[in-house]
Design a protein around this ligand. Sequence first.
Ligand code: ATP
Ligand code: MG
Length: 254
Amino acid sequence: MAELEIRNLHVKIEEKQILKGLDLDVEKGRVHALMGPNGSGKSTLANVIMGHPAYEVTEGTITFKGEDITEAAPEDRSQAGLFMAFQYPVAIPGVSVSKYLRMIINAHREARGEDQIKIKDFARTAQEAMELANIPKDFSSRYLNDGFSGGEKKRMELLQLALLRPEIAVLDETDSGLDIDALRTVAEGVNKFAGPDMGVLIITHYQRILSMVKPDQVSIMFEGRIVKDGGPELVGILEEKGYGWIREEVGAAA
Ligand SMILES: Nc1ncnc2c1ncn2[C@@H]1O[C@H](COP(=O)(O)OP(=O)(O)OP(=O)(O)O)[C@@H](O)[C@H]1O
Ligand SMILES: [Mg+2]
């Protein structure tokens, strides 16, 4: 059974039906790419997986590690081992990166009934994570996302990945206007952290990221459903032919 199982998911926002019966499995130990034209519902799916309150699930289920989390609170999902990049995209002046990281570690510890992390242990853990995520030392004293470049925000994501070690990470890279260095940062991170203990759902238009990451599986979304599944070869086909042929296939099947 896949760690994350989505079945017949129907989602509405402001009376508009966006997801229309979506099925998707994301497994630990695999890199799964989700592609699809603008407006097909990819970011909606990512938000719903994390429990964003603006979206209404009208039918279907989201199951994580065998438990139905369709209605679970975002922090419970996170504590169970789900992670979404840009979960906290706002800048928080006055909260340094290191203070923020300590807050999220402590929130997770508290949920497990553990004491707050000792300052010394935190310093060591944070330093290890920063080395893993390839982050310069002075980064930790900066204020969260305040004046961060696209690439620095991506590094921040990696740092959270390195610290939290989620079982499934959802990375929505679609709208972020990343330059090539930021793309490389994301790719590096996925390659470093995805492994037997972590699965990644990476949402992207960029063949470029996927040439650096190599997904095990590719799903294509169209008008609120997954309409095609395949291996990495799909990325090249999409790059070459665009989404028109998918539209025709879906039309022919309807
Ligand atoms: N908050 C909202 N209010 C109204 N409509 C919304 C909202 N969020 C998303 N939508 C609509 O839902 C549809 C799917 O949007 P979504 O952002 O999920 O697509 P996407 O596949 O991520 O697109 P892109 O590739 O451009 O990132 C679009 O028609 C969008 O206008
Ligand atoms: Mg999007």
